[in-house]
Design a protein around this ligand. Structure first.
Ligand code: HEM
Length: 488
């Protein structure tokens, strides 16, 4: 009854009172996804806010999100016309671009090329594994160097480079040293990207803040600069590929995309001009290098918080893989506890709590509420992963929840974790990143033991942006007794 009483007569979703000029901006708080969960208890799973002059509909809970993104997928597949979105990938971004025929063609191309060089076939899988194993070995070397003599060090910057190197190898056939300052600086600016396009960002909803000096204006300027820098990096790589392109040999994703758009592969007929090569490659490289490493930071933080789970995982690895070789993708089905640990990390951290903002592409009715075309839509993934009706004690970290009575992985339950979104805008890197997280975690745990710094309090507190990042923490690393064949 309360919900109906609060519902405005127009049929639009209910929501809190919005102040002139700023709307509900000041109510979002530091962690908007938690604010949204509280508001959903009061107004229902579909409610409306006003951010600046924009109406924003917020979707919570699996039922409402599925109804919108899957059953009414086309109507909810748009992106807002935010000024910041136009700066991504030289204005040719698929991830931040409007829903159209051209977008469909670009997404098909990006998805197919990414798959072809990661998980599509036995051969591509083999190559991917080689890249990850080589990067994991390099990572361990870096850990041992920085942790010499039992020193504590911050592992997350090393994860960032290791992951970026895997994506860089798939995209451009190249990797960089952990000591390469320029590469590290390029990757290090990622946090600013997420702070601009995440749900709590004010850059796009309060455009008048650009008129005078303030922190939001400087975030936007940094955002312009970092997008330009990333795009320039990719442009130089694509230019190199064009110069050495050979239609008989598709070396990497760049070649695949060039072949499709510029070499009679059909992309041009679908309307994709030459600059979509750079746009698509910036999207794939940009989206792929930061997210997976953030997942690994959460994995390590939770291993440190739960040392008994680390021992259990190592025991499983030793039993299944043994000590004479490294874990591989083929072991995945036989390591249910490790898989469960990873799914629980994704659920518990929900480190992409709200997806990239969506927009409606037409007037639409959702759960009886009328939502006009071009309304901004926030999808609260956190609410799904922490829903009390779905998960027993969602606030507890318990990988065992994903195992059935026979200690096998409950596949249905793993599918209920929502971190890659769903429907037409679902992440195209989901299989690749899950495999990468599995391989890195398996190899690192097989080879090393991680210990927390007793001088630090490990918390789930985080830096908020499109992705939630753990606050900096340090770790010490010991090699486990390893036969020479496996040594890093
Ligand atoms: C979009 C999550 C890794 C490429 C997204 C979205 C989420 C997401 C939540 C937004 C979906 C929406 O707006 O509804 C993640 C997570 C990752 C990950 C949690 C790692 C654990 C990757 C990787 C790649 C990638 C490795 C590529 C190599 C993309 C692209 C989009 C996207 C291109 C835009 C899709 C579109 O707008 O149609 N991802 N992602 N992601 N992701 Fe990922």
């Amino acid at each position: 009854w309360a919900r109906r009483r609060l519902r405005p007569p127009s049929g639009s979703p209910p929501g809190p009172f919005a102040w002139p000029l700023v709307g509900n901006v000041l109510q979002l708080g530091r962690l908007p996804h938690l604010t949204f969960c509280k508001m959903a208890q009061r107004y229902g799973d579909v409610f409306q806010l006003r951010l600046g002059r924009r109406a924003v509909v917020v979707l919570n809970g699996e039922a409402a999100i599925r109804q919108a993104l899957v059953r009414q997928g086309e109507q909810f597949a748009g992106r807002p016309d935010f000024p910041s979105f136009r700066l991504v990938s030289g204005g040719r971004s698929m991830a931040f671009g409007r829903y159209s025929e051209l977008w469909r063609a670009q997404r098909r191309l990006a998805h197919a090329s990414l798959r072809a060089f990661s998980t599509a076939s036995g051969r591509s899988l083999q190559l991917l594994q080689q890249h990850v194993a080589a990067e994991a070995r390099e990572l361990i070397r870096g850990f041992l160097r920085r942790g010499a003599g039992g020193a504590y060090f911050d592992p997350c910057p090393l994860f960032t480079v290791a992951n970026a190197n895997v994506i860089c190898a798939l995209c451009f056939g190249q990797r960089y040293s952990h000591d390469d300052g320029e590469f590290r600086a390029l990757l290090g600016r990622n946090d600013k990207f997420g702070q601009t396009v995440g749900a709590g960002s004010l850059v796009d909803v309060l455009p008048w803040l650009q008129a005078f000096p303030n922190p939001v204006r400087s975030v936007f300027r940094d955002f312009q600069a970092l997008n330009q820098e990333l795009h320039d990096f990719v442009r130089a790589k694509v230019a190199q590929h064009r110069r050495t392109y050979d239609p008989r040999l598709t070396r990497d994703i760049s070649d695949a995309v060039i072949g499709k758009i510029e070499q009679g592969g059909g992309g041009a007929q679908e309307g994709l001009s030459r600059d979509y090569v750079e746009g698509t490659m910036t999207d794939i490289f940009g989206a792929g290098q930061d997210t997976t490493s953030t997942a690994l930071c959460w994995v390590l933080l939770l291993l440190l918080k739960h040392p008994h789970l680390q021992r259990q995982l190592q025991a499983e690895l030793d039993r299944v893989v043994g000590r004479d070789r490294l874990p591989t993708a083929e072991d995945r089905g036989c390591l249910p506890y490790l898989e469960a640990f990873i799914y629980e990390t994704l659920r518990f951290s929900s480190f992409v709590p709200v997806t990239i903002p969506h927009a409606t592409t037409a007037d639409v009715v959702l759960q009886g509420f009328r939502i006009p075309k071009d309304t901004v839509v926030f999808v609260n993934q956190w609410s799904v992963n922490h829903d009390r009706h779905k998960w027993k004690d969602p606030h507890l970290f318990d990988p065992g929840r994903f195992l059935d009575g026979e200690q096998k992985l409950d596949r249905d339950l793993t599918c209920s974790v929502m971190i890659f979104s769903m429907g037409k805008r679902r992440c195209i890197g989901d299989h690749l990143s899950k495999l990468q997280i599995f391989l890195f975690t398996a190899i690192l745990l097989h080879q090393c033991t991680f210990e927390a710094n007793p001088a630090e309090r490990l918390t789930m507190d985080c830096i908020h942006g499109l992705a939630l990042k753990p606050l900096p923490f340090t770790v010490s690393v010991k090699m486990r007794d390893t036969p020479r064949s496996c040594q890093a």
